[in-house]
Design a protein around this ligand. Structure first.
Ligand SMILES: Cc1cc2nc3c(=O)[nH]c(=O)nc-3n(C[C@H](O)[C@H](O)[C@H](O)COP(=O)(O)OP(=O)(O)OC[C@H]3O[C@@H](n4cnc5c(N)ncnc54)[C@H](O)[C@@H]3O)c2cc1C
Length: 353
C-alpha cells in the first residue's frame, strides 16, 4: 500500500500576466495552484474591449498592446508554448501642440516636416540636428554614469545591501532627463515637442512630471535596449495580436491544467504568515491555508495585503513604489489625430498649454 503524498498548495494572487506566467511555469510541478483574481476576467492590464463599428465587432486593446521579440524573450517563449501568433505593427508617434499650430508624426518625412515653410526655419533645423545628435551621442551617459547598484558580490544581509543602495542613491542623486537635456544644451523644441512627449506617452505620465523625475541614465538605457536610438538605421520589429491581447489570455485559460484552479470575482483581503504557512482571507470572510503564496499584484497592493505582517524590509521595498489612476477612453473619433496628415498613428500626443 502506498501513502498518498499531499501536493503543496500554492496561491497566486492576481490574474494579470505576472500571475498567469507563474501558473504557466508551475504547470508541470507537483503542486496545486489556485489563482485569485478580483475582477470577472483574467488579464489585468491586458484588457481588450469589444468595439462595434461599420457592422463588425473587433477587440481593441485599452492597456497592453505591443511587444518586441528581442527584448521580451520570456513572453515570446510563453506565446510560442501557448501556440499564439503575433502580427507586425508599427510604433508610429505623433504630437500636436500649440493648439494644432505645431504638429508632426513619424509616418513619413513629409509628415514630420509638416509644411514646406518649416524647411526655411532655423528653429526646425535645430530640432533635426538635436534628434540626430541625441541618437548618436546619448549612449555616452551609459559609460559615464554607473548604474544605481553596480553588480557586485552579495555580502552581508539584505538589510545592509538595501541601506548601501539607499546611501548610494542619496550621494549620487540620479540626474533627471530634464537636467541632462539642459546640461547637454538641447533645444527647447527638441525637449518639449519631441523627446519628452515621445517617451512620456507609452508610460501614460504627465510630460513635465516625467522630465523632472525620470532618471536620464535609466531612460537612455531603456531607449538603447529597445533600439529607440537606432530608429534611422534599424527597423524595429514591434508585434501585436490580430484580435487583441485577449487572444493569449483566452488561450492560457483554455490550456490551464486541471490541478490549477481559477477563482474570478474573488478579492483577497489579507495574507498572514503562521507556522511556516500562509493564511489568505477573502472578502466573503473565508480563510484558506497555503504552503506558498505569490503576490502577482502591484507593490502598494502587496504591502497593504501583508498589513501588520509585513516586515520592515518589505514595507521599505514595496512601500517605495507609488501608482496613480489613469483614465482610458476607447473612442472612434478620427478627428482626434494630426490635422495636416490625418492618418492614424500608434501613439498620438496632445500637448495642452
Ligand atoms: C494603458 C497601458 C498600456 C500599456 N501598454 C504596454 C505595452 O504596449 N507593452 C508593454 O510591454 N507593457 C505595457 N503596459 C504595461 C503592462 O501592461 C504591465 O506591466 C503588465 O500588464 C503588468 O502585469 P501584472 O500582472 O504585473 O499586473 P496587472 O496586469 O495589473 O494584474 C494584476 C491583477 O491583480 C488583480 N488584483 C489586485 N489586487 C487583488 C486582490 N487583492 N485580490 C485579487 N486580485 C487582485 C487585479 O485585478 C489585476 O487583474 C501598459 C500598461 C498600461 C496601464
Amino acid at each position: 500500500m502506498t501513502a498518498t503524498v499531499r501536493r503543496p498548495r500554492v496561491a497566486i494572487v492576481g490574474g494579470g500576466i505576472s500571475g498567469m506566467a507563474c501558473s504557466w511555469k508551475l504547470r508541470n510541478q507537483r503542486c496545486t495552484v489556485d489563482i485569485y483574481e478580483s475582477s470577472d476576467k483574467l488579464g489585468g492590464h491586458a484588457n481588450s474591449m469589444p468595439f462595434t463599428g461599420n457592422g463588425r465587432t473587433v477587440d481593441v486593446d485599452t492597456g497592453f498592446v505591443v511587444m518586441e521579440e528581442a527584448t521580451y524573450p520570456q513572453f515570446t517563449s510563453f506565446l510560442q508554448e501557448l501556440g499564439v501568433k503575433t502580427i507586425p505593427t508599427d510604433m508610429s508617434f505623433g504630437v500636436s501642440a500649440l493648439n494644432g499650430a505645431l504638429e508632426w508624426n513619424s509616418l513619413s518625412i513629409m509628415a514630420f516636416v509638416g509644411t514646406l515653410s518649416r524647411l526655411f526655419s532655423p528653429w526646425f533645423w535645430r530640432l533635426m540636428f538635436d534628434i540626430v545628435y541625441f541618437n548618436l551621442f546619448a549612449r555616452d551617459i551609459l559609460a559615464q554614469q554607473a548604474p544605481v547598484s553596480p553588480p557586485k558580490k552579495f555580502v552581508g544581509s539584505v538589510e545592509e545591501e538595501i541601506a548601501a543602495i539607499e546611501k548610494d542613491l542619496k550621494v549620487n542623486r540620479r540626474e533627471s532627463i530634464a537636467d541632462y537635456l539642459k546640461r547637454q544644451k538641447y533645444s527647447e523644441q527638441f525637449i518639449i515637442y519631441f523627446l519628452i512627449p515621445m517617451v512620456a506617452a507609452p508610460w501614460c505620465i504627465d510630460p513635465d512630471e516625467f522630465a523632472a523625475n525620470f532618471p536620464a541614465r535609466n531612460l537612455i538605457q531603456f531607449m538603447h535596449n529597445h533600439s529607440l536610438l537606432d530608429t534611422v538605421t534599424k527597423t524595429l520589429r514591434w508585434r501585436t495580436f490580430a484580435n487583441g491581447s485577449k487572444t493569449y489570455v483566452d488561450e492560457f485559460q483554455r490550456q490551464m491544467p486541471h490541478h490549477h484552479k481559477l477563482h474570478l470575482n474573488t478579492v483577497v483581503r489579507s495574507v498572514t504568515r503562521v507556522d511556516g504557512k500562509a493564511l489568505l482571507s477573502f472578502a466573503d470572510g473565508s480563510i484558506e491555508t497555503f504552503d506558498h503564496v505569490v503576490l502577482a499584484i502591484h507593490a502598494n497592493q502587496a504591502v497593504s495585503l501583508l498589513g501588520q505582517d509585513a516586515s520592515a524590509l518589505e514595507r521599505r521595498i514595496l512601500g517605495a513604489f507609488t501608482t496613480r489612476r489613469n483614465v482610458c477612453y476607447l473612442h472612434s473619433d478620427i478627428s482626434v489625430s494630426c490635422s495636416i496628415f490625418p492618418v492614424p498613428v500608434f501613439f498620438f500626443f496632445f500637448l495642452f498649454d
